[in-house]
Design a binder for this molecule. Structure first.
Ligand SMILES: Nc1ncnc2c1ncn2[C@@H]1O[C@H](COP(=O)(O)OP(=O)(O)O)[C@@H](O)[C@H]1O
Ligand SMILES: [Mg+2]
Length: 233
């Protein structure tokens, strides 16, 4: 039986102010454990806003986000932060590595935040992660000594630091050449094969085609999914 990893019920994100807007407009979604879901859609359609909600980086205006069966809307900020650190790895389009930190120290940051391992264990695990992503030579380098593809793989290693079950990536290959794009996508694909849940926004329809399912977002709503189309044929 497939277990639901991430579920949303009527998820809404509205911003009020000089400009009011509904960025996410009633999203109902179920992603099962080990599933690799691609999210596509026009620029400005609310994909990033949705990912921030799914990744517990932002709170919805309405609706519920359920992670591995746990409703999150009533959790305290501390509980949410803890759940995020232990369960969710987030990869951004821009790597956001700390420039003055070597790759290994960037990867150790989420481990430090979670505070479960000794420094020696953090380092060992960080090194193992970087090696598993083909980054042995990058371990002690600063971000500006790395290629774009290497930096994004370090960012993926950082997202994996606490062994999260769920990986969320917002256009992770948006700034990469085709070779690095392929590497990053293969890594994400492998993570799903290892039974992690992977949700990735991409503009690249060729990449989206390698996902188990594609969800299209238009105006903050789910427009259609590849499965629906197949079922309709
Ligand atoms: N904090 C905010 N306040 C007002 N508008 C915002 C805010 N954040 C994003 N937007 C707008 O909401 C829309 C959706 O943004 P976003 O989720 O980044 O879309 P996408 O990732 O699909 O390009 C865009 O038009 C964007 O300009
Ligand atoms: Mg975006």
């Amino acid at each position: 039986m497939s277990t639901v990893a991430v579920e949303t019920v009527g998820l809404v994100k509205r911003v009020e102010g000089a400009v009011s807007a509904t960025l996410v407009n009633g999203v109902d979604l179920k992603v099962t454990e080990g599933e690799f879901v691609a999210i596509t859609g026009p620029s400005g359609s609310g994909k990033s806003s949705l990912l921030y909600l799914l990744g517990l980086l932002d709170a919805p205006t309405e609706g519920e986000l359920i992670i591995h069966g746990q409703a999150t809307s009533r959790l305290s900020d501390t509980q949410k932060a803890q759940l995020r650190l232990s369960t969710i790895g987030f990869v951004f389009q821009f790597h956001f590595l700390l420039p003055e930190f070597r790759a290994i120290n960037n990867v150790m940051l989420p481990m430090r935040a979670l505070g479960k391992l000794s420094s020696a264990d953090m380092r060992d695990q960080g090194v193992a992660l970087l090696k598993s992503l083909g980054l042995e030579e990058a371990i002690n380098k600063l971000p500006n000594q790395l290629s774009g593809g290497q930096r994004q793989r370090v960012a993926i290693a950082r997202a994996l630091a606490n062994d999260p079950q769920i990986i969320i990536a917002d256009e992770p290959t948006g700034n990469l050449d085709s070779h690095a794009t392929d590497q990053v996508f293969s890594i994400l694909r492998d993570l799903a094969r290892q039974h992690r849940t992977v949700i990735v926004v991409t503009h690249d329809l060729g990449l989206a085609a390698r996902a188990d399912r594609t969800i299209r977002i238009v105006d903050g709503r789910i427009a259609q999914s590849a499965c629906d189309l197949t079922a309709a044929k």
